[in-house]
Design a protein around this ligand. Structure first.
Ligand code: ZN
Length: 165
């Protein structure tokens, strides 16, 4: 079903909703249409793809679970040491667990089996294996969700509202 990107009054992305809910917000005058895809849902009512709330809302930060799937997504399913993108991906502790490295966003990266084995229980410096990107916690769960839509090729019109992806 068609999804709609909801922007805050400040134009910052707020969440992703269904087109039905977006249509209700537009009809009630709580939001304005920013982008539509040219398809009509009623006569002279376009199917929205981006809307903006008329009043600013505050949102609390939502934690993104540290899971294998989410780490792979953050790293674009590519080995952070050699760039390999294939099936045989593992998770590597940058500072090995045996050396006190923890299970955190900052210490876990996607690595292919070859690089993981080669690195062993060494740090990247010791193994002379540099990371493509310094791993970090994703900026927000919304940006994370939106980037999944963009990577799947859907909703390219959302791109310009998401800075830093
Ligand atoms: Zn690799």
């Amino acid at each position: 079903m068609a999804k709609v990107l909801v922007l805050n009054a400040s134009y910052e992305p707020l969440n992703i909703t269904s087109w039905r809910r977006a249509a209700v917000l537009l009809i009630k005058g709580k939001a304005e249409q920013v982008e539509h895809n040219g398809k009509l849902i009623y006569s002279d009512f376009n199917l929205p793809t981006v809307i903006r709330l008329r009043h600013f809302v505050r949102v609390p930060y939502k934690e993104i679970p540290l899971t294998r799937r989410n780490i792979l997504h953050r790293d674009s399913h590519a080995c952070q040491y050699c760039g390999y993108t294939g099936e045989d991906l593992t998770l590597d502790h940058v500072i090995p667990r045996s050396r006190g490295g923890g299970d955190t966003w900052e210490n876990m990266v996607t690595a292919c089996v070859r690089c993981n084995v080669k690195k062993g229980s060494r740090t990247p410096q010791e193994a002379h294996m540099l990371l493509f990107h310094q791993p970090r916690k994703p900026y927000s769960s919304l940006y994370f969700e939106v980037s999944k839509h963009l990577k799947s090729g859907l909703h390219q019109e959302w791109q310009k509202y998401i800075i830093g992806l």
